[in-house]
Ligand binder design. Structure first.
Ligand code: GAP
Length: 459
């Protein structure tokens, strides 16, 4: 890990730009705060995180089904879910420097008190809190601001909204999925996709943005059976995802249980998993909420469609309860980079930056180099090795600069192995394989390369 933890975020942001993981979006037009593009290596890393999540929560479970719903849904759905009426954050303006803040965040940071949702208490607490930007204590009254992004749609009279979470589409298709798949309880429906929230303050790179991706599972259970073992199993799976799939150090993760008095009236329990961030300590990565029958009952009432389940075995008609594990993909991406980033002194003069990404996540698994770029016989032999390996592994052909520079570049994007063809390779049909983490090099026969990598890269 970097020696100076305080500038770790700056180093990650710089690496992301330098190596094509994440760019500030539309910088040629001056950019847009909190808006990012995932570059060539970033999009591959993101897809690999999504694949791990989908494998763990969907493909490997017989009782979980996938869904890909739209970003724009009927607005009545968001009335039913409570987002149009109540998806509000409290904002406050500094009257001196005019900077806008989220009132509850200012109070939590200054006093440790969570007063979210209580405007009177927030206004009172703010009297004692200076503006973090200019130090003044001159605040406007805190007021609620709805976080839904509104837009217009041809053929629809009223405004429509960009979804603030992926869960809505799952509840909207509950009846279709039950009718078509005829699942037994418990069963789940999962979705990965973009969500949009008009956040008052964005920041800490991709941690809080207005457009982000979620990976959500709505898990429907029998309300008359004990939900605690399923809750515990899902929570364990959430932890396993971070530790086993994303390579996160378990000591950096903790559970935070929402206090009973802060829970919504329909919820019996909510636990977040938090990560010890270099900015401000433990912050939310994902949550697991017991949502009772709130969603299905609300959508039944607002749609006039019965969203029930008939349990053949017990001859009962019931409204399932819901357990909801919900992840932010961009936050997963950020903690993968934070966990993987290392600086290592390799000589008196030289320090290398290396991303120790788990092999299942590295955007490039094997980089293949000809020792020299201007020797056609070497380039042709290296291309041949590359074309063979890319059939089974994520590979990159790299002939830019000297080999030392190529190693540094591949270290920075987290490539576990580099394969170099030199003049000896033309005679002995062998290559040099260099390991990212140990920097050791071994000579391997070209014919044995595939087997060599299959053994080292199996998870
Ligand atoms: N359906 C439940 C739900 O949406 P949430 O806690 O509001 O719950 C789930 O969001 C996850 O989405 C969070 O744990 C976080 O990882 C991610 N998330 C929420 N707001 C975000 C934002 N503005 N930027 C990036 N990720 C965000």
């Amino acid at each position: 890990m970097s020696e100076n933890i305080n500038d770790l975020m700056e180093k990650i942001v710089s690496l992301c730009k330098r190596r094509g993981f994440v760019f500030s979006a539309g910088e040629i037009y001056g950019g847009l705060s909190g808006s990012y593009s995932y570059g060539p290596y970033g999009v591959t890393l993101k897809n690999k995180i999504k694949k791990q999540w989908w494998d763990r929560f969907v493909s490997s479970r017989d009782e979980v089904y996938g869904l890909d719903g739209p970003i724009i849904l009927p607005s009545r759905l968001w009335e039913a879910s409570g987002h149009i009426g109540g998806f509000n954050d409290a904002m406050v303006d500094c009257k001196k420097c005019r900077k806008r803040w989220r009132a509850d965040h200012l109070v939590v940071e200054a006093t440790g008190q969570d007063l979210e949702g209580d405007l009177d208490a927030l206004n009172k607490a703010l009297l004692e809190i200076p503006c973090p930007a200019c130090g003044a204590k001159k605040w406007s009254a805190a007021r609620f601001f709805n976080m839904m992004f509104k837009t217009e749609m041809n053929g629809v009279d009223d405004s429509v909204y960009l979804r603030p979470e992926t869960a809505g589409a799952i509840f909207a298709e509950f009846k279709n999925i039950v009718d078509v798949m005829r699942p037994k309880l418990p069963f789940g429906v999962a979705q990965i996709g973009k969500a949009f929230r008009n956040e008052i303050i964005v920041g800490n790179f991709i941690f809080r943005t207005r457009e982000f991706e979620q990976m959500e599972l709505e898990y429907f259970i029998d309300p008359e059976k004990d939900w605690q073992p399923i809750f515990s199993e899902l929570l364990k799976e959430q932890e396993n995802f971070f530790i086993d799939d994303l390579g996160i150090n378990p000591e950096k993760i903790r559970q935070y249980e929402h206090p009973k008095e802060k829970l919504s009236h329909y919820s019996q329990k909510t636990i977040d998993l938090e990560y010890d961030m270099p900015f401000g300590g433990f912050k939310e990565l994902c949550g697991l909420a017991h949502r009772g029958d709130f969603d299905l009952k609300q959508h039944s009432q607002f749609s006039n469609e019965k969203l029930e389940y008939f349990d053949v075995a017990s001859n009962r008609r019931l409204t399932p309860h819901v357990l909801e594990p919900s992840f932010g993909l961009d936050r997963c991406f950020l903690v993968v980079l934070l966990s993987a980033y290392c600086e290592e002194k390799i000589s008196e003069k030289e320090t290398r930056v290396v991303l120790r990404l788990p092999v299942n996540l590295a955007p490039v698994t094997i980089a293949v180099f000809p020792l020299l770029k201007n020797k056609p016989e070497l380039v042709a032999a290296a291309r041949k090795v590359y074309e063979n390996l890319r059939l089974n592994f994520s590979c990159e052909f790299d002939d830019n600069g000297n080999v030392g520079k190529r190693y540094r570049r591949q270290d920075e994007i987290g490539t576990p192995f580099c394969v170099t063809l030199d003049f000896d390779s033309l005679d002995d049909d062998s290559v040099t394989v260099r390991d990212r983490d140990t920097m050791t090099q071994e000579r391997i026969k070209i014919l044995e390369l595939e087997k060599y990598f299959f053994e080292r890269l199996k998870k």
